[in-house]
Design a protein around this ligand. Structure first.
Ligand code: FAD
Ligand code: A2P
Length: 275
């Protein structure tokens, strides 16, 4: 699809012509800084769970304003889900945060990314390590049956400053066991370890600290990480990614890629945090 004329669902007024237009189906605001939304999926779009695409809106001059976004829905889903930050003066998200059902967004259907199961050597346990909106690719992978076919245990560690920022992930994980489509596949293979760093909650602390101190292994009753059995995927700020990589290397894991599968892979949840 290249050009598509778009009709607004609200009042059926013709709206601007968007290249690669998709229709917003629903929007949910989680905090004043976070929201998620679902859009129609182009019939031709094939992607691997964990990949990202470019999405956006037209700017005031009618030029596409695009940013990278992880697809948060699994590859089998008929719709596409995204989980987004609201940057107050952000060129895209200062506008995107106002979308409503019936609106249109641009979606460039060229999925790419390193957080794919193919980029890892076979193993027994897989660790998903995320801060903030970095949980988005794992929202996809946690809902993909292939994850559970390839691994005996799936451990989702997600850390945010406050409990409210964990809510999108918490609701998703809690709904999985009863999910009519993949609940049985997930069974008790998925272990969830959410932590906060700037607000009291059941589990606290940075992912790096909880791995190096061994707290997460003790709390979940798991053996420490071992290169022979453990695989990891990392998605957070650059500073987080750098620090987690050092921790994983300390356990003997090596960074892999699509073309060179190894024990862990990393992707930035966003760029430009000054490092
Ligand atoms: P920008 O000018 O793009 O960013 C302004 C500043 O806001 C940045 O310098 C940074 O300091 C901060 N910032 C941007 N994004 C975030 C974020 N997600 N969390 C915390 N601070 C941030 N964003 C998402 O919300 N959801 C995703 O699934 C997602 N996936 C991404 C995948 C990849 C591979 C990359 C590189 C980025 C991804 N991003 C994601 C970030 C996204 O591309 C945009 O940066 C974000 O939507 C803000 O756009 P903006 O134009 O409003 O501000
Ligand atoms: P902390 O509150 O101790 O900085 P942010 O909101 O700044 O993007 O951070 C999201 C979460 O990631 C916070 O809980 C933060 O913890 C944590 N974090 C930030 N930087 C690192 C890092 N270098 N290593 C581990 N955790 C980090």
């Amino acid at each position: 699809m290249t050009e598509q004329s778009a009709m607004s669902h609200r009042g059926a007024k013709p709206v601007r012509t968007l290249p690669d237009a998709q229709t917003v189906l629903s929007v949910r605001h989680w905090t004043d800084r976070l929201f998620s939304f679902r859009v129609t999926r182009p019939r031709s779009l094939r992607f691997r769970s964990g990949e990202f695409v470019m999405i956006g809106l037209l700017d005031d001059n009618g030029k596409p304003l695009l940013r990278a976004y992880s697809i948060a829905s699994p590859s089998w889903d008929e719709e596409l889900e995204f989980y987004s930050i609201k940057v107050p003066d952000g060129p895209l998200t200062s506008r995107l945060q106002h979308i409503a059902a019936g609106d249109q967004i641009i979606l460039r259907p060229k999925p790419v990314g390193t957080l794919v199961l193919d980029a890892l050597l076979p193993g027994k346990r897989i660790w998903f390590l995320a801060t903030g909106t970095g949980i988005a690719p794992f929202a996809s992978l946690m809902r993909d049956p292939e994850t559970y076919e390839k691994y005996d245990q799936v451990i989702m560690m997600h850390t945010c400053r406050t409990a409210a920022e964990l809510e999108y992930g918490r609701e998703l994980v809690e709904g999985l066991k009863d999910d009519p489509l993949i609940g049985e596949v997930v069974g008790d293979k998925l272990k969830y370890y959410p932590t906060t760093t700037r607000e009291e909650s059941a589990h606290m602390g940075r992912i790096t600290d909880n791995l190096t101190s061994g707290k997460v292994f003790a709390d979940l009753g798991l053996a420490p990480m071992d290169k022979a059995t453990d695989r990891a995927m990392v998605c957070g700020s650059l500073a987080f990614n750098v620090d987690v990589k050092a921790v994983l290397e300390g356990f003997g894991l090596r960074e892999g890629a699509n073309s060179d599968p190894r024990e862990y892979v990393v992707e930035k949840a966003f760029v430009g945090d000054g490092i």
